[in-house]
Design a protein. Structure first.
Length: 118
């Protein structure tokens, strides 16, 4: 399985972006798909998560502004980001968890840079 993220870029404060992450590979069945971000000099943090059942969770800092969703037919997870602030500037990574027990696997995509100018 490979995760390919896209959609990052430069946007002014208050603007919006939509990130996409497509999973390649046959028979991709996930337990959860997530977006993390890492700002310069900071640790990587979980931004949003969605389970295969559709349950979503968000970091407090993005609640009400970001929306995570999936399009299962395309094995793709999206992150819609509204009302962006300079503090949202970071490299965003998609992440997926599959399988259970000994078959459990985690996958990371390459990051996509989001820069929010003030």
């Amino acid at each position: 399985v490979q995760l390919q993220a896209s959609g990052g870029g430069l946007v002014q404060a208050g603007g919006s972006l939509r990130l996409s992450c497509a999973a390649s590979g046959s028979n991709f069945v996930y337990n959860s798909m997530d977006w993390y971000r890492q700002a310069p000099g900071k640790e990587r943090e979980l931004v949003a998560s969605i389970t295969s059942g559709g349950t979503t969770t968000y970091a407090d800092s993005v609640k009400g502004r970001f929306t995570i969703s999936t399009e299962n037919a395309k094995n793709t997870v999206y992150l819609r980001m509204n009302s962006l602030a300079p503090s949202d500037t970071a490299v965003y990574y998609c992440h997926a968890e599959t399988g259970f027990g000994r078959a459990a696997r985690i996958y990371w995509g390459h990051g996509t840079l989001v820069t929010v100018s003030s």
